[in-house]
Design a binder for this molecule. Sequence first.
Ligand code: MEV
Length: 309
Amino acid sequence: MAACSAPGKIILFGEHAVVFGEPALAVAINLRTTARGDLAKEWSVNGLPLQDPHYKYVRNAVERSGTIGPLSMTVQSTIPEGSGMGSSAAVTVATLGALHESGHPAEPDLIASEAFDVEHNVQGRASPIDTSTSTHGHAVLVLKNRGPGFLWRLQKGERQWYLHHRDIPPMTFVVGHTGLEAATGPLVEKVRAFCEKNAEGRNMIVEIGQITLDGTEAMGKKDWVAVGSLMDRNHELLNALGVGHDKLDQFVAAAKPFSYGAKLTGAGGGGSMIALTDKPDEVARAIEAAGGRAFKVMTGQRGMEVISQ
Ligand code: MEV
C-alpha cells in the first residue's frame, strides 16, 4: 500500500499566457487530494473500472507511469472540480506519487514531467504550471529562461518552460467559486484561435507576461497596492481574451471595496476568482451575497508528499 497527497493551486498572474510560454506565478493552497494504491486482482478507482470517464487523469497516470499492478486506487479530494483551483493537476500528481511509491519511488522532477504529459494528453494544449505547482508546492514562477531558484525545465514541441521556486510572504486569498465547472481544454483552444487571428490578442499575451514579472517583484517588496492593481489589469486582459464570465465580474466587483485587487484564476469561463485582501471575512461575505461560494485559502503549502508506504 502506498499513499500520497498533493495540493491544489491558484494562479496569481499569467494563466493562458503561460500556455504560449510567457511568465506566470502560481501558489499551492491548503486544499489537497490524496491517492492510495492497494494491490488487487484488477485495476479500479474508488470501486469503479479504470476506464470510467470520470477518472481519465488517473487512467492516463497509470498508463504513463507503467507501474506494476493491478492496484485498487482510492482518490479523495477537498478541491472542487472545474473550479480553477487545480483539482485535475492534484489528482494526477497524487496518483503518480502513489503509483511510483508502489514500485520505484520517483524524484519530483520526474513526477512533474509525467504529470505534465498526462495533463497534456487529457486536456490538449497546456502548460506545466498546475502540475509543477502541485508537485513542488510553495510558489512556482515560470520563466522563459533559467534563473535563481530553478527547479526543472519542461518542453512540448517548440514551447519550453523553466520552472522556479519562489519565496513569497504567507498570504490569505479569498477564492470566489461560481459553481460553474468549465473545462480548461476548450478555453485554452479559444485563446489560441483568438490570438492566431488577432495581433492585439498576441500583444495581450505579452502584456500578461510582463504583469507576472512586475507582480512578482511587487510581491517581493510586499507592495500590496501595486500587486492589487496588476491583478486588476490581468483580469481585464483575460476578459478581453474571451475567458471571462459575468459571475466572475460580479464577484470581482463585490470583493473590490475590501481588496487590494481581484481577478479570475485558472482557465476562467466560470470556475473561480481570487481577491487579495486583509479583510477576508468581509470579502467572503460580499462574494456569498453575490451568489458565490467563498473559500479562504492560505499560501505556503507543501507540494506532493508520501503519507504512507
Ligand atoms: C489553468 O489552470 C491554467 C491555464 O493557463 C492552462 C494551462 O496552463 O495549462 C489556463
